[in-house]
Design a protein around this ligand. Sequence first.
Ligand SMILES: Cc1cc2nc3c(=O)[nH]c(=O)nc-3n(C[C@H](O)[C@H](O)[C@H](O)COP(=O)(O)OP(=O)(O)OC[C@H]3O[C@@H](n4cnc5c(N)ncnc54)[C@H](O)[C@@H]3O)c2cc1C
Length: 422
Amino acid sequence: MPEHRARVVIVGAGFGGLQAAKALRRVEADVIVIDRQNHHCFQPLLYQVATAALSPADVAWPIRHILRDQANTTVLMETVEGVDAVARRLRTNFGEIPYDYLVIATGAMHSYFGHDEWSEVAPGLKRIDDATRIRRSILIAFEQAEAMAGLAEKCRLLTFVIVGGGATGVEMAGAIAEIARQTLAADFRRIDPRTARIILVEAGPRLLPTFPPELSDYAHKALERAGVEIQTETRVTNCDRHGVETDGGRIEACTLVWAAGVIASPAAQWLAVEADRAGRVKVGPNLSVPGHPEIFVIGDTAMVMESGGRLVPGIAPAAKQMGNHVGRQIAARIAGRGGDAPFRYMHLGDLATIGRRAAVVKFGRLQLRGFIGWVFWSVVHIYFLIGLRNRFVVAFTWAWDYLTFQRGARLIIEPNRRPPEK
Ligand SMILES: Cc1cc2nc3c(=O)[nH]c(=O)nc-3n(C[C@H](O)[C@H](O)[C@H](O)COP(=O)(O)OP(=O)(O)OC[C@H]3O[C@@H](n4cnc5c(N)ncnc54)[C@H](O)[C@@H]3O)c2cc1C
């Protein structure tokens, strides 16, 4: 009788899942990577697609291509809908897939704090299609303002509200300000794009709450210099097609971007296990699910505590470290060498850009800001991109845009059928 070859199923080819697959590349096992998309998306640069600096293909790669040299690995484009943890089978939109080991790395999605209806008017940024949708609304707002007669409507069209003052909100606000003040400044005849209002609304007392206060303060001032209006300690109470309501008053606006909160993918419901308030599965020290040593949950879907009692943050390096750890644990178990080592997280740093020549960086004890921070940020992001072509294209595009103040991906692809409601 041929010996049973272990089957490891990894759900999600984001930062965590992809790293887990790579850690299993030399293991005597059948590895199946399942993702509902055919590409891995480099989310840290999605805002550049949303603001027309980069094209979708610059920040995404076919998963099949990334893993093409890994002979033990099969890639399936399917959507997972549930898990039968007793029978050890996954339910997908194409049927059932049995597993011996399961790694769930399905990430997180936007949270509208119980108001999912806001997603229609205030899209968040998570996937490529979110980015192209936001890009369209930003560009079309300027086009429609050029075509419209009424001053009030022009003002509404040229008001952009970003909800959430974390890294994504800060980066979006800085980039939209740059589009209005620099990229489009000379392109229109009936409107002055430089009069656009970009308003960043944050419920907490300061921007970038995970950064040291002095870097938050720097980012706040740099954004204000770039023309962004910042409203801290302001809570959004409603979003509609015409603007947002906050506890400080109403803002009429045509384009809203949601960067305020995330909730984990529904893995905890699939497994019927305990989750925290953000829906993250409470995993054990080795990242396996309590009561199921063969199931691991990693990345943004997992609630993992550091030894100091702090929560491991939902960022790409944390997901990659978890993926690597779990891949190694499974490899050790298949080889009959234990595989129960606890996960230890190493925090490398925090980075955020503010427009085309400023960034804040906290890297251990090192703190950088301004142009030097931006250079550091750029080098780090180019280094972590997948593929030589993308590194080259992104580096060249940034250098070109830096010199020319341009943004090459200013395309409205979808038809412009309907003028905005008055
Ligand atoms: C706009 C934005 C900017 C960010 N900027 C930074 C940054 O600058 N630095 C940083 O470190 N982190 C940043 N992050 C966070 C970072 O991207 C995440 O922490 C990281 O992607 C988490 O990795 P993951 O593997 O858990 O999930 P993801 O990378 O989100 O991958 C999840 C994968 O699972 C797939 N999937 C989900 N559900 C299913 C299903 N039911 N069936 C099949 N497949 C499924 C998805 O298609 C996706 O490919 C940013 C995130 C966003 C959204």
